[in-house]
Structure formats: structure tokens, C-alpha cells
Design a binder for this molecule. Structure first.
Ligand code: NAP
Length: 284
């Protein structure tokens, strides 16, 4: 129930109507009786500055930030957490008495779910990452912080892969691989991560790599969560490989934001059940 004591949080994005975040967070607040409510705000790109001022003016406790605002919001905040600064993007803002602090929980949400679901030891991993966009930056910077052995980046546009490799080069051994050479790069890797939208609904028959490059001893991870199991993951699973879908990353990035706003542990299992129920009923 919303009362005069309710603390408001929300989502800034454009569009936002497809987002699972409001249902997921409101179910979590209700489950542990926290006086919080989460709303989705469709903020056009030219209104972002006014919307950020609105966080202070209306005393919102914080917001999540999604496409297309994750990079544009950085200079509008008072302080940026070091990992978010390195990634160059913010997905969570916390309002500490009018001072707006930006965080990025995407990478840590990814790593938390990868460890929970696969039990791999990060320091042993030779990673092939397909894609070099915003999500790839968050995941790669966080994997580098956790001490993975090596990251090989494969991307359609080589310049973007090179930019990401430069960003990572001070913290992890990194190389840029041409898409034609990806099979060779995967052949002695331990973890393959798809960070592109290849295979996402409605193009569910597409795969970011050839099926013959997959092996039973490769851990295969996909950031996509619609569909819950992409063609890449289905193919890897059929070979006997361990797989990891994007739904865990989505839940855990939300759980970390929840913890930053409330100071309480998030009820992640309930959040997962809520999101899975929504997705299975045709949400995106
Ligand atoms: P982005 O910044 O636009 O980056 C997209 C990446 O995919 C780029 O590397 C792009 O290559 C590549 N790409 C797109 N279409 C391609 C195609 N047809 N062929 C080859 N490469 C292609 O997007 P993003 O924000 O990083 O999101 C990427 C994916 O991650 C999306 O599927 C998104 O749903 C998912 N994601 C999941 C979560 C989660 O919580 N699970 C969170 C964030 C994102 P170029 O550089 O050549 O354009």
C-alpha cells in the first residue's frame, strides 16, 4: 500500500513499457514489507536533464537507468562509483540526501549469477566474448576485476572491439579476434559469452557462433533472456555443455540495486519466480 511514508524508486528509459523491473521490484518490496514503490518513467532523450533534477526535487530514493540513458546520465550525477566510471555507464542511481551517486550493477549482477549457476572458478577462465557493446563493457570490466585469465573479444565492428580491449588491457590479458577466426579462439577457451542481440526474440533461430565450435567442456553463457533459452544455449546444452542464461544477470542487477536503495538483502528467489512468470506469459 502506498502511504505518505512510501519511498519512491523507478526506471528511466525510452521506451519502458516492456520492462520487467517494476513488477519484479514491487513484488520484492511487498514480500519483505518495505515501504517502497517502483514506477517506470518514459524519459525522452532531451528530457533526461530535467528528469534527473526531478530525482532531487521529488526526493526519489533512486532510479534504474536503461537504454538510451546509461551513458548520457553520467555527467549529470554528483559522484560515480569507480566500477561504473571504468565501464562508462550507470544503471543505478542512489539519492543520498540530494547527492546523486551512480553505480553499475550489470557486471556484478552477471558475475553473481554466473557463479551461482555454474560454480566455475573465475581465475581459471579463458573467455571468448562475442560483442563489444554496453553490456559487454560492463561484463568484461567486472570479469577483469575478478581476475579471469584472458579475454578474447570478437565483434562485427573491429574498432569497438579494439576500444574495449584497450580499456581492459591494464587489468587482464586481452586480444581482438576477427569473426572468421572465432572458431580457433573458442577451441581452447573455457567460457563463451554472447553479449550481442543475435538470437533474441523474434530472431530466435539465429546463433552468434557456428554450432560446430561448441564443446561439452565449454561453459556457454548468453546475456539474452528472451527467449529464456536461446538457440545457442539449446545447442550447447544438447552437447552436454554447462549453460547460463541472461535471466540470472537481470535478476541480480536488480537485486544489487535493491540492496543499494534499501540496505536490505533482496529476496532473489521471489524476484526470479516473478520474472519467469511474466516472461512465460509473453512479457519481453
Ligand atoms: P549494444 O550496446 O547496442 O551492443 C550490441 C552488440 O551486439 C555490439 O557489439 C554489436 O556489434 C553486436 N551486434 C548486434 N547485432 C549484431 C549482428 N546482427 N551481427 C553481429 N553483431 C551484432 O547493446 P547492449 O546494451 O550491449 O545489449 C546487448 C545484448 O545484451 C542485448 O541482447 C540485451 O538484451 C542484452 N542485455 C541483457 C542484460 C541482462 O540483464 N540479462 C542486460 C543488458 C543487456 P557492433 O559493434 O558491430 O554494432
Amino acid at each position: 500500500m502506498i502511504t505518505s511514508k512510501t519511498q519512491l524508486v523507478g526506471l528511466f528509459g525510452h521506451p519502458v513499457h516492456h520492462s520487467q523491473s517494476p513488477v519484479m521490484h514491487n513484488a520484492a518490496f511487498a514480500a519483505i514489507h518495505l515501504p517502497f514503490a517502483y514506477a517506470a518513467f518514459d524519459v525522452a532523450p532531451d528530457a533526461l536533464g530535467e528528469a534527473v533534477k526531478g530525482i532531487r526535487a521529488l526526493s526519489l530514493r533512486g532510479v534504474n537507468v536503461t537504454i538510451p540513458h546509461k551513458v548520457a546520465i553520467v555527467p549529470l550525477l554528483d559522484e560515480i562509483d569507480p566500477l561504473a566510471k571504468r565501464i562508462g555507464a550507470v544503471n543505478t542511481v542512489v539519492n543520498e540526501n540530494g547527492r546523486l551517486i551512480g553505480y553499475n550493477t550489470d557486471g556484478n549482477g552477471y558475475v553473481r549469477s554466473l557463479l551461482e549457476e555454474t560454480n566455475i572458478r573465475l581465475t581459471n577462465q579463458v573467455v571468448v566474448m562475442i560483442g563489444a557493446g554496453g553490456a559487454a563493457r560492463a561484463v568484461a570490466c567486472t570479469l577483469a576485476e575478478h581476475g579471469v585469465k584472458e579475454i578474447r573479444i570478437v565483434n562485427r565492428s573491429r574498432e569497438k572491439a579494439q576500444m574495449l580491449a584497450e580499456l581492459l588491457s591494464s587489468s587482464v590479458s586481452t586480444s581482438v579476434i576477427d569473426p572468421q577466426q572465432a572458431g580457433e579462439a573458442i577451441s581452447d577457451a573455457s567460457l563463451l559469452i554472447n553479449t550481442t542481440s543475435i538470437g533474441m526474440y523474434p530472431h530466435v533461430e539465429e546463433m552468434p557462433v557456428a554450432a560446430e565450435w561448441l564443446r561439452p567442456d565449454l561453459v556457454v553463457s548468453d546475456l539474452i533472456y528472451n527467449p529464456l533459452e536461446t538457440k545457442l544455449l539449446q545447442t550447447a546444452k544438447a552437447l552436454g555443455a554447462k549453460t547460463h542464461s541472461g535471466v540470472g544477470m537481470f535478476i541480480n542487477q536488480g537485486a544489487l540495486a535493491f540492496e543499494l536503495w534499501t540496505g536490505r538483502s533482496a529476496p532473489t528467489e521471489l524476484m526470479r519466480e516473478t520474472v519467469l512468470r511474466q516472461l512465460q506469459h509473453g512479457g519481453t
